[in-house]
Design a protein around this ligand. Sequence first.
Ligand SMILES: Nc1nc2c(c(=O)[nH]1)N[C@H]1C(S)=C(S)[C@@H](COP(=O)(O)OP(=O)(O)OC[C@H]3O[C@@H](n4cnc5c(N)ncnc54)[C@H](O)[C@@H]3O)O[C@H]1N2
Ligand code: MOO
Length: 682
Amino acid sequence: MTNDDSDKLIHPMTAVPDAIRIVLTECARVLLQKSDFAPPVLSIDAHVDGGSLLGQVLAEPVGMSEPGYPPYRASIMDGFAIRTTDRFPSTFPNGSSPPTTKQWTHTIAGKVFAGNTSQTKDDTGTSQTVDACQLPTAYYLTTGAVVPNDFDCVVPVEKCTVNNKTNPTFVNIQAVPADIQSGKWIRDVGCDIPAGMEMLPRGHVLDAVSLGLIRQSGCERVSIRRRPVVGVLSTGNELLGDNVRGEQSRHGMIPDVNRPVLLATLKSMANCTTVDLGLARDDSVDDMASHLQSALERCDVVITTGGISMGETDIIEEVLVERLQGKVHFGRLLMKPGKPTTFATVVTAPSSGTKLIFAMPGNPPCLDLLHHGPDSTADTYGESVEEQIHRVVLNAAVHPEVQAILSQDIRLDHERPEYHRVQLREQMPGGSVFAFSTGVQQSSRLMSMLGADALLILPQGTTSKSTAKKGETYTALLLRHRSRYPQKLVTEAQHLNPISSTGNNIRIGVVFAAPSVQLLLTPTLEEITESVQAAMAGSKKSHSIEISSTQLYTGSATKIENFLNSIPLDVDILIITYSKRQFRYQLALANSLRHALIKRADWIALQARQGCAAYDPTTAASEMVVGFWERTKETSLSDAIVVCLPAEGVGGLSHVRGVLRHALRVARGAGHSDEGYPRKES
Ligand SMILES: Nc1nc2c(c(=O)[nH]1)N[C@H]1C(S)=C(S)[C@@H](COP(=O)(O)OP(=O)(O)OC[C@H]3O[C@@H](n4cnc5c(N)ncnc54)[C@H](O)[C@@H]3O)O[C@H]1N2
Ligand code: MOO
């Protein structure tokens, strides 16, 4: 659509989940079509100083080389190495009594210190019965020393007494039989890391511990992905350059905030090399074109700010499309703030490939957007580029999020969903999380970002719902302090909102239900996905399985129906899990659900019970409910299969083929009618 007063295109507003998928798809396309990102992989000396490996992403897994770690049998204690197979004589030298079972006397054959490699291989004598004049031998060892061949036990020095401190020749060991066992206090070759084990997978981001493991692996070179080069350009004639001081008083001029904020954000969160592209004036299309042209030659990704909405000096899109022949994938977002955000790709000279351009609005808080990013770390062997792209997009962890309870009423925006800057507070450690607005959210107010922990996604207002009410729960996208929240409260949002089912894609929604957050025992989303995948294994058609939504429910068990009606889930299978330890709660939850389903499938529930019990016997007495949930409104659950089972038994889903296969048919549009169940009167 065009605007009558100017030639500018007015793009439709793209919903954020769609925009994320578009960005992920284009990122994956560029990253996976290796010619566009040459050289995609660098080989680096594993022994270079850690600094240059830290934060890098592995392009190939790192495995343990022969013989494993430790590379030799090592003593765990400072002590004496002995052979447990040695036998003692019935008579002893100089007629003394033979040792009791608690005392063994050995001749000290030598000392082996950690790092001493010479003396250890010669004493390979086999087990011996010592005659009247011969005692078995022992070696003194320090922690980490090589245990001599055939010696199979180390006795700590605390249990040993030597005959002469300065020049010991005998050691008397006082120990209980349990101390004299083969393998005691010895780390066998490869017992920490066996040879051939994959220690760090492809896509692993190297941290300090990984650097240590690479050293232990014995690997000489590691393959890492080349970091994308990301350039940041601020545009606008009103911006003061870095070297211009004392000009702030000049009427109509402001400091450039976006560039330093973006560069710092990229440095702190992204695995990329940053380039400061400086400032560009916005009164000349020619100048802007040459600025962007040279930026694209140097960078894989260019982020511009400003000049992208409807004004006469908003020239970025014109330059991208008309001068650089770029393709705009979306030109506006259905979100507040950040509406004018534009995403484009430009094919530069064949040698340097396709470049990604994010043209962001000038208002500084719009930079929140940058926190959404792709994660293309999955295994890619044996797939076509299109398949890889599809999988990367499906698997991308877009944003860590928690469910937060609003602490005050907030008026909803009627044009766009609002990503409201909030501070988060826990009621008590591990308890419910409450969201507090950081104040006036006007797009230009950088102050509203100060101290913000998260962006609370508030829905677009309607005539029937114009206010988000205190006490309501909304999704909060964490900006920082992820580790502050208990692991189980934080979910990796695969996608921010429901996405529609395509082909053989099964969408799973998960509700974690418990009377309070402390009582939640949540299976991991991977566990759920794996169980469903296992159940589907062997089905004739291939399919992909995706957790498309997770919800936390800490309300009364009898109100679950209201809760399910209120959430905009659009899934094929809804899994509701609770802890088997919550006896009364699970009973109330199950009764309530059974009542709310349009059809119960008790025989499948029995199958589910057996499946869970096979997986975890203690779940046998738990409540299981299976049935169908009726579509109540366009955006809500669409005749989902509901499976309610204890969190401890989720692995048992892999035994419930029938229900999940049926869900698959429903997902493909067959509906439940072939099952012949009557619908409830509405
Ligand atoms: N007629 C319409 N006007 C506007 C619309 C619209 O739909 N129709 N959208 C509004 C929205 S929403 C936003 S957001 C802004 C974004 O505009 P631009 O992306 O074109 O950005 P500018 O106009 O260049 O700048 C906006 C604002 O931010 C200040 N700014 C710019 N760059 C920086 C910087 N590097 N550091 C600090 N501050 C910066 C600039 O001075 C402006 O005040 O458009 C609305 N208009
Ligand atoms: O999208 Mo703008 O950032 O609302 O003002």
